[in-house]
Design a protein around this ligand. Structure first.
Ligand SMILES: [Fe+2]
Ligand SMILES: [Fe+2]
Length: 499
C-alpha cells in the first residue's frame, strides 16, 4: 500500500502515532491501495458513529475541555448587507489541545537538559526527514572524505564568523560533531543560523579535510498551503496582550474606551456589529505588572500587591458583557515560574475571577469554535533579534515566521529565555495552528505565513522609564480581531479613535 504524506503528518500529530496507525490499519477498506486523507476521514467518521470516539479524542494530546451551552445559532444582518453573528447566541467551544498545566514532570537536574535536547533533536530531525534534500541524511559518524554530495541533520553546537566573512558551524548529532563551512559567496542564508537550532544541510565532503562545504540549509518548516479551520458562524476572537494591570502607566482611558465599545455603546454601525460578534478574548501574557520584575519597579507601581493587581484585573473583566469568554495566559510579569513552559496561574489567583475566565499555560495550543490557536507570550522574540541582525523587535511577525520555519518557539538556549528541562519539549511547534499569537514586545503587527495568521497583540501600557532606557517604543491600545469563520483580521485603535 502507498500512503499519502498528509496521512503520515496527521498520524504523527496524534497523541500516540503507532496506536493511531494500528487503529487505522484495522479499519482500512480491503481493496485500499493508496491511503489518502479521505479514507482516514471516513474511518474516523465511521468510528465516531459506532463507538462514539471523536477525532479530537484521537488527537487531543493533554487535557480536553469542551464547554457548550444550548442557545441556537443566531445571525444579524446589517443595513450594509454583511452579516455578523450575535456572539451571545453562539455556543462556547473551548478545547485545550496542548498545555503544560498539571503535566510538569520537571526535576531540574543537569541530565534532564540532555534529555530535553535529545527529545527536541529526535522530533525535529524526524520532521526534517520529510523534506526534500535531507530525506537520506546520514549520521555524522558515517561521513567519508570522498568529495561526494551529502546531506546531514544536526543541532548547531556553535556558530561563528571567520575573518573573511564565511560562517563555521559545529554540527552535532547523537554520534559525532563535525564542522560545516557556509561560504558567503554561495549562500545568502548564512546570517540566520542560530545556536541550538536543528537544521539539515546539503553539501559536499572534502577529500583532504574533515570540513563539509554546505550548499543549502534546510529547516523543518511548516507545510505549504495550510488550510485554515473555520467556525460555523461569523463570531470573532480579539487579542489583548500585555495589559500590565497595576502599573502607573496602565492606559485607563483607552481601556475604558475598549470596554464601552465592547458594550456596544461606541463606534460606527460596522464597529458596533463587530463588538457584538466578539465571543472570545485572549490575553497572551503579562496580564498584570507583577512585582520585582526589574530593578526599582516599585517606583512604577500603582498597585503594590500582586493579589490586588489580579483582583483589579478581575474587576475590569467584570465590566465586559456576560457572554464573553476570557482566556488568560501568563507572561514574564505574571505570578508563575519564569521558566518556559509556564503553567497556568495558581488556583488562589484563579479564584479571584468569574467563571467566564479560563486559565492556560504558556505556550498553549487550543481551539476556539474549531479554529486552532497557538498562543505564546513571546519571551524568546528578543533572543532572535539579538542573534539574527536582519530582525527587529518592533517587527515581531518576521520573528514569528522564523519560529515556524524552525518549528520551535525558543531554539536559542542561554539567552533571555529561561527554559525548564521538562521530559517533553513543549516549545516545539508540532502542530500547524490557524492563528499564532504572541505579545511581550508591546507592538501590534499582523502577518501571514503559509496559511497561518500571525499576530502580535499590542499592550495596554504606555512607555515606562525602563522601556525608554532600552529604546522600546510601544504601540499601545490596539485590538486585533479575527473573524473565526472567514479568518479576516480587523484592528481597532483605542488610542486615536473612540474618543
Ligand atoms: Fe509586557
Ligand atoms: Fe513580557
Amino acid at each position: 500500500m502507498f500512503i499519502q504524506p498528509a496521512v503520515i503528518e496527521y498520524l504523527m500529530e496524534t497523541k500516540n502515532p503507532l496506536k493511531s496507525a494500528e487503529q487505522m490499519m484495522t479499519n482500512l477498506p480491503k481493496d485500499a491501495l493508496i491511503i489518502s486523507m479521505e479514507i482516514v476521514e471516513k474511518i474516523i467518521q465511521d468510528t465516531e458513529k459506532t463507538k462514539g470516539v471523536s477525532k479530537n479524542k484521537i488527537s487531543a494530546d493533554i487535557h480536553h475541555k469542551n464547554l457548550t451551552n444550548k442557545n441556537p445559532l443566531a445571525q444579524e444582518t446589517c443595513h450594509s448587507g454583511w452579516k455578523l453573528s450575535l456572539s451571545k447566541d453562539v455556543d462556547t467551544e473551548i478545547e485545550i489541545i496542548r498545555d503544560i498545566t498539571g503535566q510538569s514532570l520537571c526535576e531540574g537536574k543537569i541530565e534532564n537538559f540532555a534529555e530535553l535536547f535529545l527529545y527536541r533533536y529526535r522530533n525535529l530531525s524526524h520532521l526534517l526527514k520529510r523534506r526534500q534534500g535531507v530525506r537520506n541524511a546520514i549520521p555524522l559518524n558515517r561521513i567519508k572524505k570522498d568529495g561526494r554530495e551529502i546531506s546531514l541533520i544536526g543541532i548547531v553546537a556553535d556558530v561563528r564568523e571567520t575573518i573573511t566573512g564565511n560562517i563555521l558551524i559545529e554540527l552535532e548529532d547523537e554520534h559525532d560533531t563535525i564542522t560545516v563551512l557556509l561560504s558567503k559567496d554561495t549562500m545568502n542564508t548564512v546570517a540566520t543560523v542560530v545556536k541550538d537550532e536543528i537544521i539539515g544541510i546539503t553539501g559536499k565532503t572534502s577529500r583532504n579535510s574533515d570540513l563539509i562545504m554546505a550548499e543549502s540549509i534546510i529547516r523543518p518548516d511548516i507545510s505549504l498551503g495550510h488550510k485554515k479551520n473555520h467556525a460555523q458562524s461569523d463570531i470573532s476572537v480579539a487579542f489583548l496582550s500585555d495589559i500590565h494591570m497595576g502599573s502607573k502607566t496602565f492606559l485607563k482611558r483607552e481601556w475604558n474606551r475598549f470596554i464601552e465599545w465592547m458594550k456596544g455603546k461606541t463606534g460606527n454601525e460596522k464597529q458596533r456589529a463587530l463588538a457584538r460578534s466578539v465571543k472570545y478574548l485572549v490575553v497572551p501574557g503579562d496580564a498584570v505588572e507583577g512585582i520585582g520584575i526589574y530593578p526599582h519597579q516599585e517606583d512604577d507601581l500603582e498597585i503594590l500587591d500582586l493579589f490586588d493587581q489580579y483582583a483589579a484585573l478581575s474587576e475590569h473583566f467584570k465590566l465586559l458583557p456576560d457572554h464573553i469568554e476570557l482566556i488568560v495566559q501568563p507572561g514574564n510579569h505574571d505570578a508563575v515560574r519564569q521558566s518556559l513552559p509556564q503553567p497556568a496561574l495558581d488556583k488562589d489567583i484563579q479564584k479571584l475571577f468569574a467563571d467566564n475566565t479560563h486559565f492556560i499555560g504558556n505556550p498553549c495550543y487550543f481551539k476556539l469554535s474549531n479554529v486552532e490557536i497557538l498562543s505564546y507570550h513571546g519571551q524568546s522574540l528578543i533572543d532572535f533579534v539579538t542573534h539574527i541582525p536582519s530582525l527587529r523587535q518592533n517587527r515581531p511577525a518576521g520573528i514569528m515566521k522564523e519560529m515556524l520555519q524552525r518549528r520551535h518557539l525558543a531554539p536559542i538556549y542561554g539567552g533571555n529565555t529561561h527554559i525548564a528541562p521538562e521530559k517533553e519539549d513543549h516549545l516545539l511547534i508540532q502542530r500547524t495552528p490557524d492563528i499564532f499569537v504572541t505579545g511581550h514586545v508591546h507592538v501590534m503587527e499582523v502577518g501571514e505565513y503559509r496559511g497561518v495568521t500571525l499576530i502580535n497583540a499590542s499592550t495596554w501600557q504606555s512607555q515606562t522609564d525602563y522601556q525608554r532606557m532600552r529604546n522600546i517604543e510601544p504601540h499601545p491600545a490596539k485590538l486585533p480581531i479575527v473573524n473565526l469563520r472567514t479568518g479576516h483580521v480587523t484592528a481597532l485603535d483605542f488610542q486615536t479613535h473612540f474618543t
